[in-house]
Write a protein that binds this ligand. Structure first.
Ligand SMILES: [Zn+2]
Length: 284
């Protein structure tokens, strides 16, 4: 019998994770990606396929909001550290649309992004943060697994509702440094902890505060207890954990998924490998 408790652990038994989420597919995302590469961190980029710039588009001097073209997006969001997710085909207020139009906005964006990136796209960020239960329901029917809101939780818990995923905070949140330090210092005994940062990279140019993101990544990077992941990786890992199967006395754990899962049981971390032959067995 499991006498004290059972908690999910991230890959390799890590207790914390950090993810970033940036919207609108603007040129400044390239600079963020360079920073992420330097610090070996990952992010999810939310893009509206119907709003991309025309190929060869030249912006006026001083224009800050510079969306990229399809070709530029394809070159920018490399698969190793970037996930691409939907953001509404034409970036509308989804709550103002009829159900069929919400469906159209999501499906058209998915199809466009999937054709461009050759990957199954199942994430979303609500344009303007505009959401309600009806929109979330349509997202689900359109095959979206998780969707980011703009409500800062200022906490590090895993989402209770994946289609109403509240980030920890925006990069301009005055509490960013305080929250970062709190997260890094936190000793994890029970539930895993997640720091979820969101924003728009054109804001960093507009406010001339790239140092904020550079400082954040510098502080958060290179930690043995942190898993650096995209939104999708976190969602899929938690889904694998949810699919573990247990014997009634808790002494056997079988992992029917396709990725290894780590669990902490009564204070000890165990890897539950894929498949029946790797069933974790405490009977012996
Ligand atoms: Zn947006």
């Amino acid at each position: 019998m499991i006498s004290q408790g059972k908690y999910v652990r991230f890959p390799e038994g890590k207790t914390k994770a950090v993810t970033l989420s940036y919207d609108d597919g603007v040129e400044q995302d390239k600079r963020l990606i360079e920073i992420l590469k330097k610090y070996q961190m990952k992010a999810t980029f939310n893009i509206s396929c119907g709003c991309m710039a025309e190929e060869g588009c030249v912006y006026k001097k001083g224009e800050i909001f510079r969306r990229m073209s399809l070709h530029q997006c394809k070159e920018t969001y490399t698969r190793d550290i970037c996930e691409v997710a939907t953001h509404g085909f034409t970036h509308p207020y989804l709550t103002e649309l009829e159900t069929v139009m919400v469906m159209d906005q999501i499906v058209c964006d998915r199809i466009g992004l999937e054709e461009t990136f050759g990957a199954i796209i199942s994430g979303h960020a609500y344009p303007y943060g505009s959401n309600n239960d009806k929109v979330a329901e349509v997202l689900k029917l359109a095959g979206i697994d998780y969707a980011r809101t703009v409500y800062s939780s200022e906490t590090f818990g895993m989402p209770e509702d994946w289609l109403m995923w509240k980030p920890t905070c925006h990069h301009d949140n005055p509490k960013l440094t305080e929250l970062t330090d709190k997260f890094l210092q936190k000793e994890v005994k029970q539930e895993v902890q997640l720091f979820y940062l969101w924003g728009h990279t054109h804001e960093l140019e507009e406010n001339n505060n790239w140092s904020v993101i550079e400082e954040f990544c510098k502080k958060m990077s290179g930690r043995e207890d942190i898993w650096y992941a995209t939104n999708k990786e976190i969602y899929e890992y938690m889904e694998s954990y949810r699919h573990l199967r247990y014997s009634a006395n808790g002494k056997m754990i079988y992992n029917p998924t396709c990725s290894d899962v780590w669990v902490e049981i009564d204070g000890e971390v165990h890897k539950v490998g894929v498949g029946e032959k790797n069933t974790l067995n405490f009977r012996k």
